[in-house]
Design a protein around this ligand. Structure first.
Ligand code: SDX
Length: 376
């Protein structure tokens, strides 16, 4: 065994097939079940893209109507989940709230250990319907606001914004929010999805796999980056400070949040679509200063390091302009990515292969306890 045999971080290692999505750094593209994500974001509601990722085909009108009716029927926050959240400190990170809520939801499901495809598809559809209420309840609780009941006359995106802000969203905001949820829904074997697959590979239940995935997504090298992007922009303050700030940050060898990617090395295929959605919000809210800061940091960092923005870079300021608390940004990523996670959980269960890699030992040579004599 030599260092060359070790694939640290599994970088560049292909560990299995997946039919859910194709991330192609050579063409800088992303396909969901064969469809370019840009086409889906431009033409489909979030509900139809979720259906596509789970079932492999876009829904017919009847299939979509049936799924939408079920999603709207399951939107409310369960009393036991609400009570569990209320036991947690207001200062608890929203990702811990979401992780706990999914745990309670799963612990309350008598069919949790039924890992059949039909049972897990039902769990996936209910989690998709429930997560907006969990995310909205947590933000309103932190703000000292009463919860807002879901409305079954609004689509997924409009209802998510309604439950969070207690008012009907402007169509421009709802459209940008839909685009973000579609772009965040799925991205092959990223760290949180692969975490879900590892847990699923032991025949553990879907909820355990989703809770594990939420834990993985929380880190700033992964999903937590969209929150960290906003902290960075707040820290810099304005476009004029970008140069000096970058001088110091790079001297300290800091990772600049929202830039770089393990797979995409010439730019993240999703960024142009999210940047266009951000631009509509910048115009809508006349957020020129934020746009100048955002553009200056990108152009300066790309010029200096040749490292390009990932999806978290435009998503952070977009969620900020929509009115979400910065701490709510990564839970929004959870609400979207639960679709990809559960599609992969179902695929992993069907492949039925325990994930257990090898390791190369570099600890102390074998040694023994002084005076120990093994039984004859
Ligand atoms: C997501 O995998 C997915 O698909 C994830 C995701 C999804 O949809 O699921 O796309 C979502 O997680 C996007 C990434 C969000 N994370 C961030 O924005 C955090 C900042 N980015 C970096 O930490 C980094 O770019 C990673 C972790 C995302 C990727 O790192 P890699 O591929 O392991 O590359 P690396 O860390 O080995 O970097 C190579 C070089 C290093 O320099 P040297 O040590 O060789 O001198 O590039 C540098 C790095 O220091 N570098 C950065 C940088 N990203 C890479 N330097 C400063 N800031 C950065 N952001």
């Amino acid at each position: 065994m030599t260092d060359a045999d070790i694939k640290k971080g599994l970088a560049g290692v292909v560990v299995d097939y997946t039919a859910v999505s194709k991330v192609n750094p050579d063409t800088n593209s992303l396909l969901y079940r064969g469809y370019p994500v840009q086409e889906l974001a431009a033409t489909q509601p979030v509900e139809a893209v979720a259906y596509l990722l789970w079932y492999g085909e876009l829904p017919s009108d009847d299939q979509l109507a049936e799924f939408v009716a079920e999603e709207r029927a399951h939107r409310g926050l369960d009393e036991n989940v609400k009570q569990a959240i209320d036991l947690l400190p207001l200062e608890a990170h929203p990702m811990d709230i979401v992780r706990t809520a999914v745990s309670v939801f799963g612990a309350s499901d008598p069919a949790a250990f039924d890992i059949s495809r039909e049972s897990d598809l039902g769990k996936a559809r209910r989690l998709f319907a429930k997560l907006p209420a969990i995310v909205a309840y947590d933000q309103r609780r932190r703000r000292g606001q009463e919860p807002v009941e879901p409305r079954d006359d609004l689509d997924y995106a409009h209802n998510f914004l309604w439950m969070t802000f207690g008012e009907e969203a402007d169509p421009i905001v709802a459209a940008a929010f839909s685009v973000s949820m579609i772009l965040y829904a799925e991205h092959s074997f990223n760290a949180s999805t692969f975490t879900a697959r590892v847990i699923t590979s032991t025949m553990a239940d879907l909820y355990s796999a989703v809770v594990g995935a939420i834990g993985a997504l929380k880190g700033p090298l992964h999903g937590g980056a969209n929150e960290a992007v906003m902290h960075t922009l707040d820290e810099i303050g304005g476009a004029a400070n970008v140069g000096p700030w970058l001088d110091e940050a790079l001297a300290e060898k800091r990772k600049i949040m929202g830039f770089g990617h393990r797979v995409y090395k010439k730019g993240d295929s999703r960024v142009p679509t999210m940047k266009a959605a951000l631009a509509t919000l910048v115009d809508h809210y006349d957020a020129r200063d934020l746009a100048d800061l955002y553009n200056e940091l990108e152009s300066e960092f790309v010029a200096r390091k040749g490292i390009y923005p990932n999806l978290d870079y435009p998503s952070g300021p977009a969620y900020h302009l929509m009115g979400f608390d910065t701490l709510t940004f990564t839970p929004l990523f959870v609400a979207a990515r639960v679709v990809g996670w559960t599609a992969h959980i179902i695929e992993q269960t069907a492949s039925n292969a325990l994930i257990r890699p090898l390791s190369a030992y570099n600890g102390p040579d074998e040694r023994h306890i002084e005076g120990y004599v093994a039984d004859a």
